[in-house]
Write a protein that binds this ligand. Structure first.
Ligand code: HEC
Ligand code: HEC
Ligand code: HEC
Length: 282
């Protein structure tokens, strides 16, 4: 008895150990078959072969499922045939993902329409088909978008007199300078605070240039006039020699809440997915 318990405990510990040890590769399970996908994502951010094939799959799915639900045998037959063709085509593009594109459910839909199965039964089949799409999308779609459709955060650089600054470095500097301005004001060192502020504004301007790396049109948020007004106010306080941190605090908070934090919520998932993909290649 004691022995089995010990054995079980050992087994549990062993399993836990494996789980901890296996954690990184569990994340890697959602890795995408990049070598197979790469050839379909050449060129710009739009109009990729795989994306277009998916959009077509979406259209044909819509056509087929609505014909099946309406129980229109003639249209359903044509639509299901054309859906099957597209599914086979998309499935063949990325061999590792072929098992996701099972056409069995299309056969079932064909049979259901032919045998005039009731609406509930047809709805169930439609749900099954749609579920197969969602399953893969939930697992892989974001990684594909982050890799191929976002533009590269690693390649986004600004050239300065003293060489290139990476996006990442611009970010680190922004955070450093914000912190420096506050602590210099706290210490009553307004001269240091002013030079930290000058670099902060310089970096903020560089960050603005980096948006154009990915956005063709100017964006409304995160670097808008509201944020800039806060930054200019900080400059005004420094010029007037205000040494009360409390005058600055709401302005620092606003900059964080209007610019840094929300922009991070939008862009960091993609940026860090790209970073992790690069790290796992090393
Ligand atoms: C374009 C929107 C955007 C804005 C605006 C923005 N950031 Fe970032 N920031 C990012 C992205 C994307 C990353 C992750 C990629 C990287 O670090 O290369 C990042 C990373 C960072 C990092 C590094 C985090 C880490 O864990 O290494 C810091 C620090 C940072 N930002 C500070 C700031 C501060 C401070 C502000 C506001 C003054 C700011 N950022 C404004 C997009 C933005
Ligand atoms: C094995 C994985 C996989 C399966 C299964 C799959 N897709 Fe996709 N689908 C993707 C990926 C990856 C993308 C993202 C492509 C991109 O952004 O370029 C995508 C994108 C799409 C898009 C474009 C979405 C958008 O707005 O960005 C549509 C529409 C679509 N799929 C429809 C379908 C339908 C309908 C099915 C089921 C019949 C299906 N997909 C099954 C992987 C899959
Ligand atoms: C490496 C590429 C990249 C960089 C650099 C980048 N963005 Fe984005 N950003 C995107 C993508 C991709 C999206 C989502 C799709 C879209 O809106 O185009 C997005 C979405 C957004 C959105 C939300 C949706 C919208 O389009 O309004 C805003 C706002 C935005 N970015 C602002 C900025 C600002 C401001 C900067 C510079 C400070 C910036 N971005 C830098 C790639 C980037």
């Amino acid at each position: 008895m004691a022995r089995t318990l010990t054995q079980r405990l050992a087994a549990v510990l062993f399993t836990l150990g494996l789980m901890v040890w296996a954690a990184p590769s569990a994340a890697a399970d959602a890795d995408i078959p990049a070598a197979e996908l790469d050839p379909y994502f050449k060129g710009g951010r739009e109009g990729h072969a795989y994306t277009l094939a998916m959009l077509e799959l979406g259209m044909r799915t819509g056509a087929a499922t609505s014909a099946v639900l309406r129980s229109d045998p003639a249209r359903a037959k044509v639509a299901l045939k054309s859906l099957r063709e597209q599914m086979n085509k998309v499935g063949a593009m990325v061999p590792s993902w072929k098992p996701w594109f099972r056409t069995g459910v299309i056969d079932e839909m064909d049979a259901a329409v032919a045998s005039k199965a009731d609406l509930a039964a047809r709805k169930k089949l439609v749900g099954k088909l749609e579920g197969s799409c969602t399953g893969c999308h939930a697992k892989f779609m974001f990684q594909v978008q982050a890799r191929y459709r976002w533009g590269s955060f690693a390649d986004a650089v600004v050239s300065t007199g003293s060489g290139n600054l990476t996006f990442h470095q611009v970010m680190l500097d922004l955070a450093t300078d914000l912190g420096a301005v506050r602590s210099d004001v706290e210490a009553g060192q307004l001269k240091d605070a002013t030079s930290a502020y000058t670099r902060l504004m310089e970096r903020f301007g560089m960050m603005e240039q980096l948006c154009a790396n990915c956005h063709d049109q100017p964006r409304q948020y995160f670097i808008d006039s509201g944020v800039k007004a806060r930054l200019f106010k900080i400059g005004g306080l420094l010029r007037r020699g205000d040494t009360a941190v409390a005058s600055y605090t709401p302005l620092f908070n606003d900059v964080n809440e209007m610019s840094c934090l929300p922009c991070h919520q939008v862009h960091m998932p993609a940026a860090f997915a790209q970073r992790n993909a690069l790290e796992s290649k090393k």
